[in-house]
Ligand binder design. Structure first.
Ligand code: 5AD
Ligand code: SF4
Length: 492
């Protein structure tokens, strides 16, 4: 069931399930069955306590995790929990990330604080899921030193959330269910979107690239694509439910469709998505330079809906380091791709990810990275200090770079990136552009905040009625990384 499926439709389905019979084998019916059973338990608790039960999900990491959390919330709501942002809830679930070590450290720290809350409310349930749970050492540590955790599952069986909750509710023991990998993709489960007007859409799961520093292929498993018809159907339903912008999500969208029985290219999928009536904006994330095809660039050039923004992770500007990273492109190839993109999609915004301090990185290698940054002039760049991930090839490479050297390079890179970013951001000043209004401004309730196709934010006078609409906004002044603007007209 995707987001917009009518409540009644779902309820009719649920009404037809006999919760006293054995659990169905087939998905998603099996999960509907457990939703019904868990719902009964939650209702009984509610009556006993004389108040609703609350649940809180905390998301760490990337857009994939954000989308997964919407799936968790979809199930929790269907079971009868009231969603809150307060971690003093009856059920708190952390959807974790493990791409860098500090993501893990943060989770352990916050778990300590959660334990204090749980001591005062022993009925509280604590769940952990996501990438970090796919690491055996993590689960061992949790089993040994974090006995107060109730439910642990990984990235491959998130679709089983209802069943896992129910299993925990009827037992008093820590429930752990981690799969090593899967080929299964379960469609039609409940999802609760954070924004009514825009949505992430998974088009593929996992990654086959094995960049030598990266833990993702180990925790997210092998690459598998959803069928184009399932993706299109999901987007059509989203649009019918008020969505105007979608973000197609995958670890490497450029290799979408290669593993399907009837292979389809990512460019072809985009062509099909473009056809969906009522859909206004298409974004996607993340691309790998090695698979960026001319066909994709042509589709972007000819599209009216694909936003002129491309996130193309560079990681390093040194061809030598790129080889060590197993990235399968060179500095020259990357620059060539940038040129092609700029030639076909004028004024395209380019953003990137860069790692500093990969094992063996010399000052000369680092200068190559700076050189690419200066040549490309990214609109923005996420810069990361290399983090050693146990189990990846880079973790056992010699010549790990000393911390002080990495920190110094990181600071120099950040300054360069930010200086360029400010200049790039200002290039739209004085123009009138279309903006999707996302929310009331955090600091000043007389303002709304909207997103330009380039992904920049603009704040301007407006009211909540504008949220979810695409409007014309004059960009008055650039304030570094965002704009202050004026609404030009409110017609759609
Ligand atoms: N250390 C630092 N950064 C990393 N990334 C992935 N793995 C690591 C690591 N071990 C960065 C890459 C990737 C982004 C999502 O995270 O730049 O593109
Ligand atoms: Fe990690 Fe490379 Fe896959 Fe991206 S493409 S998730 S960096 S292995």
């Amino acid at each position: 069931m995707t987001d917009n499926t009518k409540v009644e439709e779902f309820e009719t389905l649920l009404a037809g399930i006999d919760e006293n019979a054995a659990a169905p084998e087939m998905e998603p019916m099996r999960q509907y069955y457990f939703i019904k059973k868990a719902r009964k338990w939650v209702k009984e608790q509610k009556e006993r306590l004389g108040r609703p039960l609350t649940a809180c999900t905390v998301t760490f990491g990337c857009q994939m995790n954000a989308r997964d959390s919407e799936k968790l919330i979809g199930i929790l709501e269907k079971i009868g929990y009231v969603i809150t942002e307060d971690e003093h809830a009856d059920f708190v679930i952390y959807n974790t990330c493990t791409v860098r070590e500090n993501a893990n450290t943060r989770v352990y720290g916050r778990l300590g604080a959660l334990n204090c809350i749980k001591k005062k409310n022993p009925h509280m349930l604590i769940g952990l899921c996501g990438c970090m749970m796919q690491e055996p050492e993590v689960v061992e540590k949790l089993k040994k030193s974090y006995r107060f955790v109730d439910l642990i599952f990984g990235t491959h069986n998130i679709f089983k959330f209802a069943e896992l909750i129910y299993t925990r509710l009827i037992s008093d023991r820590m429930v752990i269910d981690i799969w090593k990998d899967t080929t299964q993709i379960v469609e039609e489960l409940p999802v609760e979107r954070k924004y009514p007007f825009k949505s992430g859409v998974n088009i593929m799961f996992g990654c086959n690239n094995f960049c030598s520093y990266c833990i993702v292929p180990y925790v997210r498993g092998r690459e598998r694509s959803r069928e184009p018809r399932d993706i299109i159907r999901e987007i059509e339903k989203l649009v019918a439910d008020g969505v105007v912008e979608v973000m197609l999500l995958g670890q490497n969208v450029n290799s979408y469709g290669k593993t399907l029985d009837n292979p389809v290219t990512f460019a072809e999928l985009l062509r099909q998505v473009e056809e969906i009536k009522g859909l206004e904006r298409i974004r996607f994330m993340t691309s790998h330079p090695k698979d960026l095809s001319d066909e994709l660039i042509e589709v972007m050039r000819d599209s009216r809906k694909i936003c002129p923004h491309f996130h193309l992770p560079l990681q390093s500007g040194s061809s030598r380091i790129l080889r060590q990273m197993n990235r399968r492109y060179t500095k020259e190839r990357y620059l060539e791709l940038v040129e092609k993109l700029r030639a076909s999609v004028p004024d395209i915004s380019l953003t990137t990810d860069i790692i500093v301090g990969f094992p063996g990185e010399t000052e000369e290698d680092f200068q190559e990275t700076l050189d690419v940054v200066k040549k490309v002039r990214f609109d923005s760049a996420f810069t990361f200090i290399y983090s050693k991930r146990t189990g990846t090839p880079a973790a056992v490479m010699e010549n790990q770079v000393p911390e002080d050297v990495v920190k110094d390079r990181f600071d120099r890179l950040l300054k360069e990136v930010q200086d360029i970013s400010k200049e790039r951001c200002a290039r739209f000043e004085g123009q009138t552009v279309d903006v999707l209004v996302e929310e009331i401004n955090d600091h000043d309730p007389s303002l709304v905040t909207g997103r330009m196709t380039s992904n920049l934010l603009v704040h301007f006078k407006g009211t909540k009625e504008l949220i979810g609409k695409i409007v014309d906004v004059h960009l008055d002044t650039c304030k570094g990384f965002y704009y202050m603007g004026t609404l030009v007209n409110t017609e759609e």
